[in-house]
Design a protein around this ligand. Sequence first.
Ligand code: GCW
Length: 721
Amino acid sequence: MRIKTTRSLTFLILFFFGLLSLQAEDGYRLWLRYELVEDQETLKNYRQSASEIIVAPNSPTLSAVAQELERGLGQMLGKSIPLTEKVSRQGAVVAGTPQSSPLIRSLNIEDKLKEVGREGYLLLSARLQGKKVTVIAANTDTGVLYGSFHFLRLLQTRQSIHKLSLSSSPKTQHRILNHWDNLDRTVERGYAGFSLWDWHKLPDYTDPRYIDYARANASIGINGTVLTNVNANALVLTEDYLGKVAALADVFRPYGLKVYLTARFSAPMEIGGLETADPVDPRVQQWWKRKADEIYSHIPDFGGFLVKADSEGQPGPHNYGRTHAEGANMLADALAPHGGIVMWRTFVYSEEAPEDRAKQAYNEFKPLDGKFRDNVLLQVKNGAIDFQPREPFHPLFGAMPETPLMMEFQITQEYLGQGTHLVYLAPMWKEVLEADTYAEGKGSTVAEVVDGSLNDHPLTAMAGVANIGTDRNWTGHPFGQANWYAFGRLAWNPYLSSEEIAEEWIKMTFSNKPEVVQDIKEMMLNSHEAVVNYMTPLGLHHIMAWSHHYGPGPWVANKHRADWTSVYYHQADSAGIGFDRTASGSNAVAQYAPPLEEKFGSPEKVPEKYLLWFHHLPWDYKMKSGNTLWDEMALRYQQGVDTVRQMQQSWNSLEGQIDPERFQHVKTLLEIQEKEAEWWRDAVLLYFQTFSGKPLPEGVEKPTKTLDYFMQLNPKFVPGN
Ligand code: GCW
């Protein structure tokens, strides 16, 4: 008897906790949580303005629209909202295109619709058949889907939906995630588990998660995904794999998401049996044409190729004495009959050239301006070295007016704390997008280069290296989701502010309570400057540990190429620190337009955040604050640590306002971040102190370990490597 009671009690307890764990907030739903509206007044208003849904689900995309509206409105309004065919009551939500919906046709909004283009949409309060309705109208079904997500976002962020009159359309044409996913499911620089693409089980089994991936992307306007790593494997272009790719494309299609692949330049040899991949060889050209035909026979709306060539060991046209233009154009010609594009990366630096690595892409590509086919974009990283915590904008932006340049941002945090640091990247991206290139005189921003407006390019794009993996919450760090979100929003509109994007994301992801939004927003907005301070302040760069880039490694030296070492980048010696990129050094400053060349070339005029990027300066160089360079640097490292501690305090003060699961997760990650920020500060300062010979200024905490200790740390199996 006794035993029985205990057993059933245990069962009950287990059952109860089982239920709890089913409901636990594990982050899977991302920003599409659709939480019930708390405020009764708002709830009442929303229920009045969203009483029924009218969508003619006569395409897979419109079915997705109907499902999303049903789900979103149903959950937020706490009751199921009927899907109807006619306007039967006040407050109907009518979504569609003039083609799919007689109701939308009857509104006579063709002129307004013309202005929003293929993917844009209108959200309008209107009257139909004597009833007040909300209209989500677009020229294409995908536009309707984007408009529906915008409409849901208004409710998610608890805004009025009463008198709507807004329109939106993307500023760039292709908004693309780049997955650095390998066919064995490891992810290069991935910190959120393994690749989502289960190649082994495809094409027969398509994980339902692919649909949620597509929904999340559609909700922020991402319309393309490169499935495979730029360090490419030709195998993905074989018949077998193309069938698998097609299965993914079929899942994504209703959500407006196109698939792209990376094209390994030597594929004609590796899987085609040719003895060359020379782009001017007719057999090679023919091979790629046939390959393109084959791909399109599987995937009629295939997006095109992303190519890393002649870079870090990847094969390319240089192997045959050809130029990047010859290589890119060959692929472009193969794709052109099908409407595909080539995104050719400019991340190149030579094995042999002793030239400053920061200058090499410009030297290589600038002479090729205007030599690319119409369906080629050059994909340029935001800075000239490599996704560092802070870099001045890449000098190619503005330097190639005849060629469409697209942006490549890195969403995954290879150099910014990887899976454990809370760093909101929008401020960093905005700094680059807002930078003035002076290409066509003052006020020629990078954003205008990228959105094509500066030089009238119709072909435009933005890419983000994905931070997504099989982790239940997709991005490992719960705040990594914000960077996926921000990338999509900025690709849609690079003129949005970091702050408004953060605010939207917080409200949808955590809470609409003003205090919560305020605290989290502040944490996020300060987080980028914090990581710059505790890793690479004042223009320092690439002093991370060898190869896996996890943790500090300013002492990394003696590798087979100088520009893979830290000592190459910081150039510290007893006289001072920094890379001289002025006329007395590598003269990289000359790659910028004259007003910038002058500004960056002068230690007094260059913004201090870029000081050591461009200048080698003595340790006692006087900074604007009055401090010496050494003291200033040390204080910045301390400041980085201090900011992380403030972030911790803010977060801890939110206990009870955030669900326990995510609260605890972030809390623990912030503790790791604090420890690692201290690690960075102590290791780097102890190392540079061997050159400066100066004591740490007051206010900087003394290291508790020795330099030797830090130099001997050698973590194994760092993810993503
Ligand atoms: O940032 C570096 C990474 C490499 C990456 C390369 C690139 C895919 O360390 O892992 O390779 O850039 O962008 O091609």
